[in-house]
Design a protein around this ligand. Sequence first.
Ligand code: ASP
Length: 338
Amino acid sequence: MRVIIGALAVLLTACAGPSTETEQMLATPEVVEAVERPEWRLVIHGGAGVITRERLTDEQEAAYRAALETALEAGAEVLRNGGSAVDAVQAAVIPMEDDPLFNAGHGAVFTAAAEHELDASIMDGRDRNAGAVAGVKRVKNPILAARAVMDQSEHVMFAGAGADAFAEDQGLELVPNSYFDTERRRQSLERVLRERARTDADRHGTVGAVAIDKEGNLAAATTTGGMTAKAAGRIGDSPLVGAATYAQNGVCAVSATGHGEYFIRVAVAKTICARVELSGETIGPAAQEALDQVAALGGDGGVIVIGGDGQYEYVFNSKGMYRGMIDPKGHHTAIFGD
Ligand code: ASP
């Protein structure tokens, strides 16, 4: 909701995070257009692609909506109780990693070698601390491994066997690689290997979350199985800070999903936040510009974005994106482009 107020809006903006711009605004009191910041807010996605009404049965749609609501509620519980944005994004993506509907954790796509290699990242907008894992095969919830990298190591990213070993040292739950198997994803692998062609549904279901907490802190998380039949060792955008995940207090938090190679080349998440920070663009146009760059290179996908003022946007150039938002005033989920 947009409201026109004067000095009060300036003060509210100042609470969201001091900046040179804010200081300048305080020095020249005038009527400005400001936005009302929600007490807290969480926005999630469960992947983007050719997701149309014709392709989804009523039962499937209901199942996806219920799964999105479970994820929203898990993150909202943290924020409602005064927890941090980074704890909330983690809490929101865990149920989606555990749900076989999504291409993350259990239900992740298969590699060409009929295994699973999982990627995840998390970022805390307070200090731009971040953690990521790429190509893990044994950690049940890759987002917890990414969080452990952020909190318990001096590094930002671990890959492969070393990442699994680090997770084990941290006491995280390990599972056999077959834990991630689902029949649906196995059939997709067989089809891709047979037809030597991948549809965009073969990478649907990456999940992510962005949040603003009661203190105005931002955070983002993204976790995925990647692409069906990806070559062993292929790493997409999801674990890369600046490509699929970014959070900077007072600026924006982003989680992306889509054809990872293009999102890496455009550095989508950082491009959005940089445009907001440096050019003063609002999050919607900034996200649209980044996705236009992805499209110009031949890629597709989408992002969820939350600004330093708590406003949010879903922007995607695919037909649909599993998505949802919750704040103290209510919640919703959506799937299709219309
Ligand atoms: N971005 C993921 C990857 O390229 C897949 C997706 O989000 O659809 O690994």
